[in-house]
Design a protein. Structure first.
Length: 274
């Protein structure tokens, strides 16, 4: 391990990454600086890193020489490996005595299938550790200047998938209880919802949410090319068509606070001097 990082790990009493273990680590939504110290320590110690498409190459470059790098994400919506194969790979590498790092975007347990991987490891009697990461629904909003909660607007928030699951037809609208969702909390955050943005907006309006309710679409959250589009439920479908493919959607009055709290835009001149 790097000497400086080793000193930090010792001072903070960080756990060692032991041979035969799997660490499921969340790398955050994009900005490599959002990785945790535990996550960075795992990168520096791992024998194999099984990583997703959203992982920044600069993070992988921090791995020690000779590390095995295995891509297990999606490119252009096409998954290179089946989930069951990924889970089996993690277990097999650990059985061989390797330190195995499963490096995932965001948080492993927030719409990241980390729970499925952990279940396979538990059933195979493979020791594992879960290292939480900053999920896009928190980090992306913060970088866009949109508080997830605010005393003047909401005391609760609901996270949902906008992607079809096992209970709905492939490519269709998720089979949420939309009446319940519409009433659940003032702020709704949808993951993987860009392709279904129009139907989601229609479902929310049919369930009672106002057509002029503020909405933000956050593309490439926390990355250098982050893009934020402000619209309302009525205009969500058109706005989504203009957003990057990798995007989250937030619905609620908190979106209006961006006009005052867009700290990243204010910081841009200092970050990128001419």
């Amino acid at each position: 391990m790097d000497r400086n990082l080793a000193d930090i790990a010792s001072a903070l009493n960080l756990p060692d990454f032991k041979p035969g273990w799997v660490w499921l680590v969340g790398a955050g939504p994009g900005d490599p600086g959002l990785i945790t110290l535990l996550g960075l320590s795992a990168i520096r110690q791992a024998d194999f890193i099984v990583y997703d498409a959203l992982i920044e190459e600069s993070l992988l470059a921090l791995a020690r020489p000779g590390v095995g790098l295995i891509f297990a994400g999606k490119r252009a919506g096409v998954r290179t490996c089946r989930q069951e194969d990924i889970s089996a790979l993690l277990a097999d590498l650990a059985r061989e005595g390797h330190r195995v790092l499963r490096l995932k975007g965001g948080d492993p347990f927030v719409f990241g299938r980390g729970g499925e991987e952990a279940q396979e490891l538990a059933r195979s009697a493979i020791p594992f550790r879960v290292v939480p990461g900053i999920t896009a629904g928190i980090g992306g909003l913060a970088y866009a200047g949109i508080p997830l909660t605010h005393r003047d607007t909401n005391a609760s928030v609901t996270f949902l998938t906008g992607h079809s699951g096992a209970t709905s037809a492939e490519g269709g609208l998720p089979q949420h209880d939309w009446q319940a969702v519409a009433k659940a909390s003032p702020t709704l955050v949808f993951y993987m919802a860009r392709k279904q943005a129009g139907p989601i907006a229609q479902a929310l309006m049919a369930a009672g949410r106002a057509a002029d309710e503020p909405v933000a679409i956050l593309g490439n959250a926390t990355r250098a090319d982050q893009q934020t589009i402000i619209t309302d439920l009525a205009g969500l479908a058109d706005a989504a068509a203009r957003s990057p493919e990798i995007a989250i959607i937030v619905v609620g009055k908190n979106v209006l606070l961006r006009a005052e709290l867009d700290w990243l835009a204010r910081a841009a001149p200092a970050l990128n001097p001419s």
